[in-house]
Design a protein around this ligand. Structure first.
Ligand code: WAQ
Ligand code: MG
Length: 246
């Protein structure tokens, strides 16, 4: 699903909301209702363009365990951004790439997808001239997520579930070094840095309330097989499953 205001995304409309789910045929109606509800009642405003598409998945789904979760409590946006830079560095992103990516953040705002940043050439890459990449075909069953959340004492939030699903799909791929994200919703300030190495590291304040500037950057280690990587992000089905570690 994607929704925008003042026309479609292609015509320069403002991105309002997007979402993706995996459902059985029997559950399609309820999935589509969820996505419609998300689009119609959004803190970024009322959409005047909305598209919901569904496709059959006819290849096997890759099953992945959710990344481990950590919450970093911070008092201010500045402290949050400092923690984010530290975590990106721990995850293996070179300092000069962190610096350059932060310079690019304002320029690349307003997207419905994520920006790829290549740490080898130290610049953003736009495969096939696309402004951003929308990761799709991933999900996690609500009952499994609820068990996971209660075990780790994590918030039972749909937003957390969606973000952890996306971060797990993206960061379990070897081309991804790390991800930096915060919401473009004005009422949500918690964001995260994620990587295979450091897990899903929430940071409670990466922006001020009221700010509609979001961020989603995937740091990648080279562009040798960009086509396969983008196909993985956009099209390869991934399902998250959690089993209690004994
Ligand atoms: N693929 C690529 N980029 C996406 C996708 C996707 N499927 N969905 C969202 N984005 C990009 C897009 O540019 C959005 O503007 C931006 O990310 C933010 O999306 O408490 O809510 O859905 O642990 O607003 C993270 C913390 C919340 C959750 C992130 O992002 C928690 C969030 P939003
Ligand atoms: Mg949003």
């Amino acid at each position: 699903m994607r929704a925008s205001q003042n026309g479609s995304h292609e015509l320069g409309g403002k991105h309002i909301s997007g979402g993706e789910q995996i459902a059985t045929y029997e559950n399609l109606q309820s999935s589509i209702n969820d996505l419609l509800e998300k689009a119609l009642n959004h803190a970024r405003g009322k959409p005047d363009f909305l598209q919901i598409q569904f496709d059959l998945i006819n290849q096997p789904m890759q099953i992945l365990k959710p990344l481990p979760i950590v919450t970093n409590q911070v008092e201010s946006q500045n402290e949050g951004l400092r923690v984010a830079r530290d975590l990106l560095s721990k995850a293996g992103v070179p300092l000069k790439a962190i610096k350059e990516a932060f310079l690019q953040i304002e320029r690349i705002d307003g997207n419905s997808g994520a920006i790829l940043f290549d740490i080898l050439s130290n610049q953003c890459v736009f495969p096939h001239g696309k402004k951003s990449i929308r990761v799709s075909r991933m999900d996690w069953s609500t009952s499994d997520f609820k068990q996971w959340a209660s075990y780790y004492n994590a918030p039972l939030s749909h937003r957390l579930k969606e973000a952890l699903v996306l971060a797990t799909k993206v960061n379990r791929h070897q081309v991804t070094v790390a991800e930096l994200c915060w919401s473009d919703d004005p009422d949500y300030t918690t964001g995260y840095v994620a990587s295979e190495k450091i897990g899903y590291q929430r940071i409670t304040k990466l922006k001020e309330i009221g700010d509609e500037h979001g961020c989603r950057i995937f740091f990648i280690n080279g562009i040798n097989d960009l086509e396969t990587y983008v196909d993985y992000l956009e099209s390869q089905p991934v399902f998250i499953e959690w089993t209690m570690e004994k």
